[in-house]
Design a protein around this ligand. Sequence first.
Ligand SMILES: Nc1ncnc2c1ncn2[C@@H]1O[C@H](COP(=O)(O)OP(=O)(O)OP(=O)(O)O)[C@@H](O)[C@H]1O
Length: 242
Amino acid sequence: MIEIIQLTKSFGRCKALDNISLSMQQGQAISLLGPNGSGKTTLIKSILGLVIPEKGTIRINGQAVKKDWAYRSNIGYMPQIGRYPENMTIEQVINMIREIRRDHTVYDEDLLKGFGLDKVRHKMMRNLSGGTRQKVSASLAFLFSPGIYILDEPTAGLDPVSSELLKDKIAQELSRGKLVLITSHVLSDLEGIASHIVYLQDGRLMFYKSVEALQATTGEERLNKVIARVMQTELPASSYAV
Ligand SMILES: Nc1ncnc2c1ncn2[C@@H]1O[C@H](COP(=O)(O)OP(=O)(O)OP(=O)(O)O)[C@@H](O)[C@H]1O
């Protein structure tokens, strides 16, 4: 469970997050949406402790995250752009991460094998295509079966078959009661996965609602139509809440 209470983060005069409060539960797939620069990555990085907010509280499973980084071992993070030592092979990178996470002895290698990375494990990271690099990032995020997944544009650069494989894996983890926080500008990629939508704009929370509720109020079925309809409508302040 992730609780965010009155979170504010500024970069100079730019308020990247403005008094954000959210509560996300296990078994939910929360899709973080909003235009470029609306604060999505800043919110994700705040949860991961990679950005330090000037105000507010973040609690993971009831524990405030300030200064205690142990909580991060329960989060599988797939960054927008994965950065790895370029002179290492895929296998060396995976082994290095396994070594860092020595506490784990059981691995979820579904994606690693499904993407066929075991067959190209001797390839140098510097020689990988963008999509293969994404596959490495996805495989690492899922390797330790965490309780929480934070996936930043996970399907960007993946071919359709790999994208479906990843979506199936996300659905499987959701059925096991995991919490998934996911950003994507491709709404069709979130179809059938997202249970809730968080919409940010200029660092502010515009709304946080279940997909079911949004479908009911807009009368639309498909996610891109739902969001388009919501954005056309002037939302009253009362509908911003969960
Ligand atoms: N390290 C930083 N230094 C200065 N400004 C930053 C920094 N990181 C983010 N910002 C600013 O904070 C705002 C929110 O950025 P953020 O990356 O969170 O947006 P986003 O919603 O993830 O965008 P995108 O959809 O393009 O990935 C932007 O105005 C951005 O320029």
